[in-house]
Design a protein around this ligand. Structure first.
Ligand SMILES: [Zn+2]
Length: 132
């Protein structure tokens, strides 16, 4: 289960023995990613996702990985880093839930309806107090 994936060299009989097993593992890896992506879309519909898994550090330990989620048109996406993907995704989902609460609070603003600005007498724009 923890053996590294390797790619056999051509005409290497020893490597050929493991080719089928490796292909099965690669196929399983792809299916698990497909399942994970489908689950991400169920949990956060309308979002794109990015997962960055850095190579091991020079001392052999795993580096911190990062995840982000964004909607089309977003100007930026916040990175959530952790030692394990499960922790990074927990942080990401907690952050998205908090952002959704803030967005609903902004939409409820009677002055600007969530825009963060409104038009005052004379046609000038004013920054809504809730946005400062
Ligand atoms: Zn407002």
């Amino acid at each position: 289960m923890t053996a590294a994936l390797t790619f056999p060299r051509e005409n290497d009989p020893a490597a050929a023995d493991t080719t089928t097993a490796q292909q099965a593992r690669i196929e399983a890896l792809g299916h698990r990613f497909d399942e994970a992506i489908a689950l991400l879309h169920e949990v956060l519909p309308g979002f794109g996702f990015k997962l960055v898994v850095p190579p091991p550090l020079q001392n052999g330990e795993r580096g911190r990985l990062s995840v982000s989620a964004w909607r089309r048109g977003d100007e930026s996406a916040r990175l959530h880093a952790a030692a394990h993907a499960s922790d990074a995704f927990q942080t990401l989902f907690r952050s998205q839930a908090e952002e959704e609460c803030r967005m609903q609070a902004r939409r409820a603003c009677r002055r600007c309806r969530g825009l963060g600005w409104y038009v005052v007498a004379g046609g000038d724009k004013a920054i809504c107090p809730h946005a400062t």
